[in-house]
Ligand binder design. Structure first.
Ligand SMILES: *Cc1c(COP(=O)(O)O)cnc(C)c1O
Length: 369
């Protein structure tokens, strides 16, 4: 088996090699059915079994309570920024906490369907801090409060979800967990709805995961397209219209891969969390100890998944990226709105990949002085 390069893409992102190999092996004939998964009717017993296995594996992995529904939808994280207000706003105001590009986009999308109040923003700090929940200006009677629990572009993560009840609010919390789903456990007692595109940490682009509390389903605005009405999607087990069948299948293979992961005595998501903490620490410690590289995010809210960093001398960026590619370290260029570099360390990135990156960064620095 040849060693593949380490891929630090923010998304679509690296997948576990075992998952890719299994998908390849089953491409022409899934389990003796004579069909590849792409060729199956979504209403046939073969695909129905694939989808229900994927759902139950995910429910187990993320410890999703029985009063939450798991939906596999389409449209990506961006579409959910519209689908959520279409389903949850009920004509009332919506609170959004702006902490970076993604929550900023969520606020603009929601404005088409609801009155939006920006309850807090870190814009004045150029998206490098997290506004403390105690200072949020929440709207009494708001239909929900939206946060992006991991800002993929700015590299900011809520390490603890806010407890809205403790802040005196009855509104459900909506989290966009696109870029850190399955990297750590979710405290569902604080969440009303979570959504995320699959292409960061679960599988291929095209599947959008929605986990939503039962009582929030069934309140769609009349203008909501039927394909995006949570009631219809839930009542039809995500098959109201043709779901992204192949993406659900590959995500299902990833869920089984996640269930097999072990780290000491930990398994599944707990094992991933331990590994992700260690991976992020290795990279941040190296950057902080260096005079050559810098990360500008406040230490208490640095993302474990997406690490934006800069060379202090930006004239060396191209040389850095070219040298990285030569060493098999791919897709390290930062997002165009932030610049510099970004290393995304999703579940499929092993510790050895982060070590290879740190070794390269050290070597590159030593050749530059
Ligand atoms: C990638 C991403 C999205 C957008 O996903 P699309 O599938 O491109 O719509 C939304 N939110 C976050 C936090 C993301 O990382």
């Amino acid at each position: 088996m040849t060693i593949r390069p380490y891929n630090f893409s923010a998304g679509p992102a690296a997948m576990p090699e075992e998952v890719l190999q299994q998908a390849a092996a089953e491409m022409l004939d899934w389990h003796g059915s004579g069909m590849g998964v792409m060729e199956m009717s979504h209403r046939g017993k073969e695909f129905m079994s694939i989808a229900s296995q994927a759902e139950s594996d995910l429910r187990e992995l993320l410890a999703v309570p029985a009063n939450f529904r798991i939906l596999f939808m389409q449209g990506g994280g961006l579409a959910e920024n519209a689908i959520v207000p279409l389903n949850l706003s009920r004509g009332a105001a919506v609170d959004v906490v702006v902490t970076g590009s993604w929550s900023h986009k969520s606020a603009s999308e929601a404005r088409r369907y609801a009155q939006v109040n920006v309850a807090a923003s870190n814009e004045a700090d150029r998206h490098t801090t997290l506004p403390a929940p105690a200072g949020w200006r929440l709207t009494p009677g708001a239909s929900y409060v939206h946060i992006c629990s991991n800002e993929t572009i700015h590299g900011i993560e809520f390490h603890e979800l806010p407890d809205l009840k403790a802040l005196g609010s009855d509104a459900p919390l909506v989290i966009d967990f696109s870029s850190h789903v399955a990297s750590r456990p979710v405290d569902w007692s604080r969440v009303g709805l979570a959504f995320g595109g699959a292409q960061k940490n679960l599988g291929p682009a095209g599947v959008t995961l929605v986990v939503v509390r039962e009582d929030l389903i069934g309140h769609a605005l009349p203008v909501c397209p039927s394909a995006f009405d949570y009631r219809l999607v839930a009542d039809n087990a995500s098959m109201y219209n043709t779901p992204p069948t192949y993406g659900i299948y590959v995500a299902g293979l990833t869920f089984q891969w996640l269930k097999r992961q072990m780290e000491g005595t930990l398994t599944g998501i707990a094992a991933m969390e331990a590994r992700n903490v260690a991976k992020a620490k290795l990279l941040y410690d190296f950057i902080d100890g260096s005079g050559f590289y810098v990360n500008k995010v406040a230490r208490d809210c640095r993302s474990r998944m997406n690490v934006p960093f800069f060379l202090r001398d930006e004239s060396r960026n191209e040389a850095f990226l070219a040298g990285a590619k030569e060493r098999g370290l791919l897709q390290l260029k930062g997002h165009k709105s932030v610049g510099g570099m970004r290393a995304s360390l999703y579940n499929a990135m092993p510790m050895a990949g982060v070590q290879a990156l740190v070794d390269y960064m050290r070597d590159f620095e030593s050749t530059q002085s």
